[in-house]
Write a protein that binds this ligand. Structure first.
Ligand code: PLP
Length: 350
């Protein structure tokens, strides 16, 4: 959400936009079943949707193998990141949140606005992974929580699952761990990389998931948190719960959440675009970080702002970062014509 906010002019001259590859959206959603459900739901828009929200929560709990009280729904996972930020900021005034750097910043930025401190731990040299050892070392009395984004935005890098689970086992015994798994479906094996199992073991762990990525519902706004019931109850004082959800969105979620055909299709299309993007980058002499997400980060050979502007002049929006003394471009996975527009633009400007 915040991540989608532009850092540079995002609109090309009128009518010249070929591909918006700057906000990690998924052009293959909403699924056909979700679209039908939205239509049906609109006819019942005069009703409060609570019974459907209860049904969706139940469905998610069953699928994840947790109790219903261990699922908190909200309009997008971003609002849950903010609610958690507020909960932990006020539970421990002036406390520190530890995160990787760079990572997805929404939770920490919100926490800082509510008086928290933010301790950024640089990614590891060379492979740009979370530096779990260093993050663990920095945990102290004043730590209020540890934020992990797996796979990480903007790098796309996935954390080794064995190391991560061991880290969560140890750290959650001392401090709450928040795992943002927005992109987990784009990894090779979501169940293996997720730390929902740590929640099931009763640990002090929160897992955030979204319908904005694999389900292609960014505009419909739906996400959820999985965690311990008392923690979720405390966080829900700040946000989340069925009240902010619309009939149309809930019914769309119910229609696509376990639609394996659609999930497979959506993933296959994403992976096809990712492979094409890798080839495009190689052909143009670029390296890239191997991605477990619906975007790819690669080092560029000019100032980030110039790269953004030049790609925009080709009708393609992307995002730029600067870290480790290097400018980087992050490009989201779109349809094949959109990826081709990116490839053509890259060739012109390189
Ligand atoms: N977490 C990560 C890592 C993201 O990249 C995003 C959005 O891009 C979000 C959370 C928020 O997504 P949403 O609020 O659409 O669920």
């Amino acid at each position: 959400w915040l991540d989608a906010a532009p850092t540079a002019p995002v609109l090309p001259p009128k009518g010249a936009m070929k591909a918006r590859l700057s906000a990690n959206e998924n052009p293959y959603g909403p699924s056909p079943k979700a679209l039908k459900a939205i239509n049906d739901a609109a006819q019942e828009g005069y009703l409060y949707p609570f019974q459907y929200a209860t049904q969706l929560r139940k469905m998610i709990a069953e699928q994840e193998g947790v109790a219903e009280e261990q699922v908190l729904l909200a309009p997008g996972s971003g609002s849950l990141l903010v609610a958690a930020a507020m909960h932990y900021s006020y539970a421990k005034p002036g406390g520190t949140i530890i995160s990787a750097d760079p990572t997805y910043e929404q939770l920490m930025r919100a926490a800082v606005q509510h008086g928290a401190k933010w301790e950024k731990v640089p990614l590891t040299a060379g492979n740009y992974d979370h530096n779990l050892a260093e993050m663990e070392k920095r945990i102290g009395d004043n730590t209020s929580m540890v934020y992990i984004n797996n796979p990480n935005n903007p790098t796309g890098v996935t954390i080794d699952p064995v190391a991560l689970r061991a880290f969560v086992d140890r750290v959650s015994a001392k401090k709450p761990v928040f795992a943002d798994e927005a992109y987990i479906h784009y990894t090779s094996d979501p169940a293996k990389f997720s730390v929902i199992d740590n929640v099931k073991k009763g640990q002090n762990v929160l897992v955030a998931r979204t319908f904005s990525k694999i389900y292609g519902m960014a505009g419909l706004r739906l996400g959820y948190l999985v965690g311990q019931p008392d923690t979720l109850a405390a966080i829900s004082k700040w946000g989340g719960g069925p009240g902010g959800l619309t009939m149309t969105t809930i019914r769309a979620g119910l229609a696509c959440y376990t639609d394996q055909d659609f999930i497979k299709y959506s993933l296959a299309k994403g992976l096809e675009a990712r492979e094409y993007l890798y080839e495009t980058l190689k052909t143009n002499g670029y390296t890239y970080l191997p991605s477990g997400t619906n975007f790819v980060l690669f080092p560029i050979r000019m100032k980030g702002e110039d790269f953004v502007a030049k790609m925009m002049s080709q009708g393609v929006s992307i995002r730029q970062w600067k870290f480790d003394g290097q400018y980087w471009c992050r490009v989201s996975l779109g349809t094949m014509p959109q990826m081709q527009a990116f490839a053509e633009g890259l060739k012109v400007i390189s």
